[in-house]
Design a binder for this molecule. Structure first.
Ligand code: MYA
Length: 257
């Protein structure tokens, strides 16, 4: 039975153009991604209403919406302009790539009792579980594969309050885990967080826009060492520093089989 569950997961993943982890896009053999053209989203502030996973056109939560502040939109436009762009005749490669972000990805999988339970459940990716635009985590991640780094623009919503008027440390840790984990997953395939160390240097005002920067330190066998920083959008102020260790896992480990 264990073998058939594992087989079902493998079959499902190899046939679906989405990542296993909704935020990460890995180049590993088991994970495929939809490469969205950045030019298509530039300055689009409308709401996407697709019914993923029932729809073939899943809602990408990292596209601009009406809750985004002008500063959030500005950062998005800046990095989006550095992404690959489809022109009339060809495709110009930029160094950055905007990752799509979904709130779930497993509903269509078939086969295997364990997998069916996951599919039927109401589980959602934590950072994309609130449907109200702007209430919690609004973010978009841009990846630079050449330089093995990524940048995330993060706008904190009113539900993320910790100290009065400031973002909860756990919400910052969540975003740090998400961004460093996304980088590790993008570079190395399926991973899990083994260790996350955070130093909080200055509080993040609630509702503000900050940047999370993450870069690869080194890979040693199954171990992927990544660092992270939270700064103001002009990078003049340091809010948070972090180091993280991710371990490459096989898909069976993630599903507990
Ligand atoms: C499928 C996923 C999608 C991919 C995309 C991801 C994007 C994510 C975006 C969202 C982000 C959300 C992400 C989340 O929220 S992930 C959820 C939070 N994390 C977990 O729940 C993980 C729970 N832990 C485990 O599953 C295992 O312990 C893991 C898999 C981590 C290691 O397994 P295992 O215990 O069997 O390890 P090993 O025996 O193979 O050892 C391998 C090497 O690693 C070293 N080591 C191990 N642990 C530690 C440690 N704590 N400090 C220092 N070192 C450690 C170890 O000494 C050895 O080194 P060496 O002796 O070889 O030198």
């Amino acid at each position: 039975m264990i073998r058939s569950c594992f087989q079902a997961v493998r079959t499902f993943i190899s046939h679906f153009p989405v990542t296993l982890c909704p935020d990460a896009v890995s180049h590993g053999a088991l994970i495929k991604s939809t490469r969205l053209q950045c030019s298509g989203h530039r300055s689009a502030r409308g709401l996407s209403m697709s019914l993923w996973p029932l729809s073939a056109n899943p809602r990408d939560f990292s596209l601009p919406n009406a809750s985004w502040s002008a500063e959030m939109q500005q950062v998005y436009d800046h990095y989006n302009a550095l992404c690959e762009v489809k022109t009339k005749d060809s495709e110009e490669k930029g160094p950055w790539y905007k990752l799509p972000s979904y709130n779930r990805s497993l509903k269509h999988a078939a086969g295997g009792v364990y997998l069916s339970k996951i599919i039927q459940s109401k589980s959602r990716l934590f950072t994309r579980s609130n449907k109200e635009y702007g209430a919690a985590f609004e973010y978009v991640i841009f990846m630079n594969k050449q330089e093995k780094k990524c940048v995330c623009a993060f706008q904190s919503g009113h539900l993320l309050e910790g100290p009065p008027g400031h973002v909860h440390g756990g919400a910052i840790a969540t975003m740090m885990d998400t961004v460093t984990g996304t980088l590790a997953g993008y570079l190395a395939g399926p991973v899990m967080t083994a260790n996350l160390n955070i130093n909080y240097r200055s509080p993040v005002p609630l509702g503000s826009v900050v940047l999370l920067h993450s870069a690869l330190d080194r890979i040693e066998g199954k171990k992927i060492f990544v660092n992270g920083r939270v700064t103001s959008t002009d990078e003049s102020k340091l809010h948070t520093e972090a180091t993280a260790l991710f371990i490459s896992v096989n898909v069976g480990h993630v599903f507990g089989i």
